[in-house]
Every structure is written in structure tokens, then in C-alpha cells.
Design a protein around this ligand. Sequence first.
Ligand code: NAD
Length: 360
Amino acid sequence: MSQKVVFLPGDGIGKEVAAGARQVLDECSGRHQLNLQVEEYDLGGTAIDKHGEPLPQFVLDACLESKIVFLGAVGDPRFDASPPHLRPEKALLGLRKALELFANLRPIRTYSELIDASTLKREVIEDVDILIVRELTGGIYFGEPRGLETRSGNRVGFNTEIYADYEVERISRIAFEASRLRSGRVTSVDKSNVLESSQLWRVVVEEVAKDYSDVKLDHLLIDNCAMQLVARPRSFDVLLTNNMFGDILSDEAAMLTGSIGMLPSASVGATGGEGRVGLYEPVHGSAPDIAGQDKANPLAAIGCVALLFRYSLDRDDIACQIEQAIEKVLSEGIRTGDIAVAGSRVVGTCEMVDAVLERL
Ligand code: NAD
């Protein structure tokens, strides 16, 4: 049986890094006789140019049908003054909504060769390997009521932090299952000393944990977690968070690694029908300042291909091979400009992709 994979290169460096990611996917697919059928579609500004809208319905249909989607990046300054529905970024929101991407998985790994690119001390961040599992469609960013009003002559702004048990349950299961592919530890983050929504969160996480007796669970309050993440980042394995806490912690954790060009991410969707949707995208954007110059770091995009094999195709072995190839390239001092240090051999996007392919 063949498995379809939809590739959405998007705009700017999205196209360049997606081309590299595709080469790695094709190479692994061929070598392991996986019969993956890759279909490429336009998205973002490129789709506006060709089809008049950032996320055409036929592109969305292909994503829903294949259930495995790779996205480069969208964003193009030519559309900065366009109305909201004709901006490339609208495609991202449309995709996230249609695919019901309720879980975002962001691995945070420090490569020993890049440690000096971080602002933190080597002895603190060496060998950090964390997976942040963030709830993405609930909580205070979407809760009702929300608004701006005048009450008794004072202007007030208000939002609602609300979680239903099923939302906490499904994100918890993603975290527990992901931890089984790692060292089997989950730290759930909440503010249960103050917030009722966090009290429910903690109760539901404990209930789900009963189905995963092989996984070790602990809980941390968000304020303490923010502190521990920079004090002892090596001690974390999987961090399970709600939407807002994950938003903040994932940016804090990104600083442990040094460069945005190194960070892959995966999102899991809940759309109806068989199986789950997986959307894989680098954390970075379309970087118009370096687009079309063969300067983009493709390692985040290639890291996404590793995640795709791990989470959508159940091939942790291939994921590890890709990650080891990336490590090998870095250990040999081969770098794109964003992660170069004195003495590095600085290469362009294409040469970096070739270097990874050679070491696979
Ligand atoms: P950006 O991530 O595109 O760039 C920020 C800085 O990091 C730039 O200096 C860029 O050159 C550098 N950079 C980013 N990725 C890099 C890589 N792989 N290799 C080397 N350097 C890299 O963020 P921005 O400048 O705020 O946004 C540019 C456009 O991208 C905007 O239109 C924005 O809306 C869009 N965007 C899209 C996504 C997405 O598609 N998921 C995410 C963020 C921003």
C-alpha cells in the first residue's frame, strides 16, 4: 500500500528548505522501500499568485485525505498591505483549524557543537533533550466570554481560561505516548494552587496516567517550571502544558538551543475518520531577508522529516538515522551562516542538504 505525503513548500525560504527535506524523505523512502507518494501543492503567497487565495480548497482536501503534511513556511512582504483573507499567513490559521491541530510537539535538543550559540552556560545546557507537548486549540486564547468593556466607569479587558476534560485527556495521551519513545517521564505544568482550570487539568492528567503505569509522572507549577527550565533543563523529558503556558515555555526553551533554524515541530490533528493528521513544520518563518540566496539553514526542515517518520509512520529507527546524520554534519564543523562560529566550514542550503544525505 502506498502512503501519500502532502508537501506544502509555501513562500521564501520555505521553498528552499522544503526542497531539502523532500530529498531526505525520498532517500529514506527509497532505501526502506516505503512507497511514499509525495504530492506538492502551493500555499500562502505562492497560492495567492497562482490560485487567488492562500489556502485553496483542493489543497485542504489533499491534506485531509493524506493525513501526513509537511509545511515549509508562509509569508511574503508583497502582501503586507493586503486584506486579512488575502494574506499568506491566513493559510496557516486555516490549516490549523481545518485539521483540528490540538497538539503541538516541539523537541528541544542541544547539539554539543552548537552550545556556544546559546546564551546559557555549557554545563547547564549540554545534552538537553526535551519534548514540549502543548495543547493548541483550547484554553485562554479561545475561551468565552472575552472582550473589552467599560464597567462602573473603568475600562476592563477579560478572557476565560477554560478546559473540558476531553481536551485535557487527549493532549495527555499524546504526551504519555510520546514519552514511551523517550525516557518515559512526563512533567505536567499547571497553576493548580490558584486556578480551577488547572485543578481539573491535574485531576484528568492523573486519571490518564493510570493507563500508562510504565511512565513516571510529576507535576510542576508554571512559575517554578519556568525557573527550573533554565536552572536544570537536563532533568526534563516530556513537558505537558496547556496552550498559554506552552506558548511561553516553548520560546524560553528555544533559547537553550541557540538558533531558530534548528527547531522542528509537529502538530497532531483530531479530524474525523481513521487515524490522526500530522503536520510537520519548522518553527521559523519564510525569512524574506535571506530568501532565494541559498543561505537558509535546512536542518529544522530535515528534523521535521525525522519527526514525520517517528510520529506518523511509526519508524523511530529512520527518525534516529536522520537525527544522527544531522549531528554528524555538525560535529564535522559544517554550518550554514546562522550557526557558524570561527573555524566552521560555511555552506549554503543545498550543500548542507547534500552533507546530510551523504551521512545518512
Ligand atoms: P523568520 O523566522 O522568517 O525570520 C527571523 C530571522 O531568523 C530572520 O533574520 C531570518 O533570516 C532568520 N531565519 C529564520 N529561519 C532561518 C533559517 N532556516 N536559516 C537561517 N536563518 C533563518 O521570522 P519573521 O522575520 O518574523 O517573519 C518573516 C515572515 O514569515 C513573515 O511573513 C511571518 O508572518 C512569516 N512567518 C511564518 C511562519 C510559518 O510559516 N510557520 C512562522 C513565523 C513567521
